[in-house]
Design a binder for this molecule. Structure first.
Ligand SMILES: [Zn+2]
Length: 278
């Protein structure tokens, strides 16, 4: 075959692959959304992620599908001697996927690998080469790298998930960073569905970030962790934790911020709290 025809055939093949790959992935995801959720996995989620019990049934159903997709597409790696099992995979996937419910999602498209250490101490020791910038404040430990892995300490994951009202959840925190970084910049502004939404987002989050910084300087109490005052990206991650775990306080003290996050996540955790009190 002449060289030109070969080149044309190659270009055509590349084009077909480029078009076909997303379509195949989409079809695979659709199939996975419909796969029954194993009973053993349900028990793991019910035990380790109490917030799951508050979700309306339709969202629980959607979460099951998202967990299947997440576990199909992401690789878990145990570090510091930790052996990865279904409890670890499903517990982390369930919380990460709560951030994806109810909206168009690319399922953390830049993320391939989740590294899990047994505990904060081992993670810190093994990270002492300086390769890792750690989200390390009080009880949490984890980190999220742009185009790289999410790193979590298993004891922080279980500790963060078990108390659903302390606004401390390392998986929500690190995967909020992933959402923030999807546009290539960790600046506290994830990809919003409408261009027009960025103006309100920047105003509200900018004002709230400045207010949290002032609270920190004045040593005033705040609904959100003061760690959120260290950087706009940390503010979004901390606000996400607070949104899911302290929706009532956030809505009361920071109604505009609550509204921005409710519009972004297309979820209203306040309703879930109300639901459990019936
Ligand atoms: Zn962080």
């Amino acid at each position: 075959m002449p060289y030109v025809e070969l080149a044309l055939a190659g270009a055509l093949l590349t084009a077909v692959v480029l078009v076909a790959r997303p379509l195949l992935r989409q079809a695979r995801r659709q199939r996975l959304m419909a796969v029954p959720f194993p009973e053993a996995w349900r028990r793991i989620v019910e035990k380790n992620v109490p917030l799951y019990g508050r979700l309306p049934q339709a969202l629980q159903q959607e979460l099951h599908g998202l967990i299947h997709i997440f576990l199909d597409e992401k690789r878990f790696e145990g570090c510091g001697g930790l052996e990865i099992d279904d409890t670890i995979r499903v517990t982390i996937a369930a919380q990460a996927c709560m951030l994806l419910l109810n909206r168009k999602t690319t399922c953390f498209r830049k993320l391939r690998t989740i590294l899990v250490y047994p505990d904060t101490y081992v993670a810190k020791t093994l990270s002492s080469d300086g390769r890792i910038a750690i989200d390390d404040h009080s009880v949490r430990l984890g980190e999220s790298w742009q185009n790289g892995p999410v790193v979590l300490a298993w004891n922080s994951v279980t500790g963060g998930a078990s108390n659903i009202a302390d606004a401390r959840n390392v998986v929500f925190h690190e995967f909020a960073h992933q959402l923030d970084q999807e546009d290539g910049v960790a600046d506290g502004a994830p990809v919003l569905e409408r261009r027009s939404a960025y103006t309100a987002w920047a105003r509200v989050l900018g004002e709230e970030y400045a207010a949290l910084q002032k609270s920190r300087e004045a040593r005033r109490r705040s609904v959100m962790s003061k760690y959120g005052a260290t950087h706009p990206a940390e503010f979004f991650a901390v606000a996400t934790e607070t949104f899911f775990e302290k929706p009532r306080q956030m809505q009361k003290r920071h109604p505009e911020l609550y509204e921005e996050l409710r519009d972004y996540y297309r979820l209203d955790p306040l309703q879930w709290t109300a639901r459990t009190r019936d």
